[in-house]
Design a protein around this ligand. Structure first.
Ligand code: ADP
Ligand code: ADP
Length: 240
């Protein structure tokens, strides 16, 4: 089964009045195979983030279905969803969305492993070291706090945390857009290395075609809530 299969997804935000619903996503269908990176591009406000949030049930679809690894998650209860949460993960544009300022880096990375009761004690400590190493940060960082790190370092920690449970699907929502250009390139290189060694499938959301050109296998284009094109990267980005 594909890592992610979205069928006829519709998402309406409530809006202010009863009649002012915002249809942020309108009948979007897309598939991501295992180990594949699908770049999702489009102007700001076209609905990319909303698709990403629906893909892992951070939002409940108004209509349509979302399946991860062949399992329809659209109607699962919170309790039924919990074990599946190991399967997928998300990295946001702003690492502050996932990193608690009061937790050390080590605690932040360990938290998913602790919550899912995967590791404890020495095994947990060495797994955190391994994850820090994977994002090219020394073990010394485990006792630091987010505010003591640079933006690029914080985003690398958010990535390490997202990968702690070895997800098969990662939603990357503009993960490098808030970084300085030079830092952005380094984090993207790292991201691509990680994806190639860990083989997670990825929905990579970006408004930046150059970024998507660098790492996507296939590219999907959104406009005003609709999916207007999807195909191989070169076909979508470089067709004459
Ligand atoms: P993108 O990621 O492409 O910038 P979004 O998915 O963030 O697009 O937004 C799509 C549309 O939905 C926009 O019109 C946006 O204003 C609207 N929107 C996003 N989040 C909310 C929300 N929480 N409540 C109401 N409208 C929203
Ligand atoms: P992006 O385009 O990267 O998704 P935005 O700046 O559009 O980011 O949105 C940032 C946050 O504000 C998101 O959590 C989004 O859901 C929310 N948001 C966006 N548009 C609206 C809106 N019209 N009403 C309420 N919340 C919104």
């Amino acid at each position: 089964a594909p890592a992610l299969e979205i069928k006829n997804l519709v998402l309406e935000y409530p809006g202010r009045g009863r009649k002012n619903k915002v249809r942020a996503v309108d009948d979007v269908s897309l598939t991501i195979e295992r180990g594949e990176i699908l770049g999702l591009v489009g102007e700001s406000g076209s609905g990319k983030s909303t698709v990403g949030r629906c893909a892992i049930r951070l939002l409940d679809p108004t209509a349509g279905t979302v399946s991860v690894g062949g399992r329809d998650i659209t109607k699962l209860s919170t309790k039924q969803l919990r074990p599946l949460r190991r399967y997928f993960s998300i990295v946001f544009q702003d690492p502050a969305s996932t990193l608690d300022p009061k937790m050390t880096i080590g605690e932040s990375i360990a938290e998913p492993l602790v919550l899912h009761k995967v590791l404890s004690g020495n095994a947990l400590t060495s797994r955190v070291t391994e994850l820090l190493d994977q994002v090219q940060l020394s073990g010394h960082y485990r006792n630091r706090y987010p505010h003591e790190l640079s933006g690029g370092q914080r985003q690398r920690i958010a990535i390490a945390r997202a990968l702690a449970l070895e997800p098969k699907l990662l939603i990357a929502d503009e993960p490098t857009s808030a970084l300085d250009v030079s830092v952005q390139a380094k984090v993207l290189d790292l991201f691509l290395d990680l994806q190639q060694s860990l083989h997670f499938a990825c929905l990579f959301i970006s408004h930046d075609l150059a970024v998507v050109d660098l790492l996507a296998d296939r590219v999907a284009v959104m406009r005003k809530g609709e999916l207007v094109e999807v195909g191989e990267r070169d076909q979508v980005l470089h067709a004459p």
